[in-house]
Write a protein that binds this ligand. Structure first.
Ligand SMILES: CNc1ncnc2c1ncn2[C@@H]1O[C@H](COP(=O)(O)O)[C@@H](O)[C@H]1O
Length: 347
């Protein structure tokens, strides 16, 4: 039976690689912009519907600056952070996502009296009230990101925040940011501390050929991540080690294709084709659905179209992803039961 859009939108889905700020839709950003523009007509920021083109972004050089030079200017005060986080949750839920590990880089906004601690607790309180509503089928948890540009002291501060807020919904730590920024080895003690404290570890891995040096990739694997993201420019012996360690992979098809991160191979040439046959959990993910505009249901549909997946292949993918989540055993069991009991496989 076909894995079409009707099927993938009803499919209960697990999203494990979604950056909060990148997941804010153009429509939501536009709503925030409208309020600010009405209050301050001289506001020099472009309308998000213009700044982020309808077909997404196609150049990695303009992609990373979009956050610091544009989106952060719209979403740095408390009402915008709260409003956009609520919208991100409801967008994922409307797309049939049942479990979400959202990630974000703690960000202080002194102009709005927001500390990193307040930023994290604000987002967590929105996630908790979402999860507490029995009408919501989506459960969300938070991963804190360390940006490759951070200093070691900033990275340690992020681990401190993750540990402090763990009882309120932080489940892991991520390494993200522009992969052309080198020098990641300095973060080893930070991730070691997080690992020893029992936080889940996920790392952006081999995103660009230039960053996928043997030195960097072996270093990242020494940190014993539970999952790695993108996993594009990886040669045989490193793939073997990933499989040997049982590291889950978070694969973002549309992001990689739109930014041509794996060259010109398009969807057919995406490394999902290799990883789906490896003995590791694979979580199809959106990365930044606000920018790339391809929701998770569409990522499943695209994978099915380009790699000829049947409904049983999709079932195996989803069930494999369950085992790689950083959430509790109770959460895993909720998802296993959901997949066993879901009757949508048969139409
Ligand atoms: C190719 N895709 C990617 N690779 C690496 N890092 C990425 C990313 N997409 C997003 N980010 C990271 O997430 C931040 C925005 O969300 P938060 O403010 O943290 O919620 C970006 O500034 C970037 O550091």
């Amino acid at each position: 039976m076909a894995v079409d859009a009707a099927f993938t939108s009803k499919l209960p889905k697990i999203e494990l690689h979604a950056h909060l700020t990148g997941s804010i839709s153009r429509g939501t950003l536009h709503d925030i912009w409208r309020i600010k523009k009405d209050a301050e007509p001289r506001l020099a920021l472009q309308d998000p519907l213009v700044a982020i083109p309808p077909g997404g972004l196609h150049d990695i050089k303009t992609f990373f600056p979009l956050f610091s030079s544009y989106i952060y200017q719209l979403c740095s005060d408390l009402p915008s952070i709260e409003f956009s986080t609520r919208r991100v949750l409801s967008d994922f839920q409307a797309d049939g996502v049942v479990y979400l590990e959202l990630r974000t880089t703690p960000r202080a906004s002194p102009a709005h009296s927001i500390t990193k601690d307040l930023y994290v607790s604000t987002i967590l309180s929105i996630l908790r009230s979402h999860n507490a509503d029995p009408a919501n089928t989506l459960h969300a948890a938070l991963i804190l990101s360390i940006d490759r540009r951070n200093s070691l002291a900033e990275a340690h501060e992020t681990v401190d925040l993750a540990l402090k807020h763990r009882p309120f919904g932080v489940v892991g730590l991520d390494l993200c940011g522009d992969p052309s920024v080198g020098g990641i080895a300095k973060f080893a003690p930070t991730f070691q501390r997080a690992k020893e404290a029992g936080l889940g570890i996920t790392l952006h891995f081999a995103e660009l050929a230039a960053s996928a040096t043997d030195e960097e990739l072996w270093e990242l694997l020494r940190w014993r991540p539970g999952r790695i993201g993108h996993v594009i420019h990886v040669k045989g012996e490193i793939k073997d080690e990933i499989v040997r360690q049982g590291v889950g992979v978070e694969l973002c098809l549309s992001c990689n294709v739109q930014l041509k991160m794996h060259g010109e191979g398009g969807y057919e040439g995406h490394h999902f084709g290799w990883w789906r046959g490896a003995r590791v959990g694979v979580a199809l993910s959106t990365d930044d659905v606000g920018v790339f505009q391809s929701p998770l249901s569409e990522e499943y549909r695209l994978a099915a179209e380009h790699f000829r997946l049947g409904r049983d292949d999709v079932r195996k993918l989803c069930e494999g992803a369950v085992e790689t989540i950083f959430g509790s055993e109770a959460e895993k069991e909720r998802l296993r039961v959901m997949y066993r009991g879901w009757d949508g496989w048969i139409g």
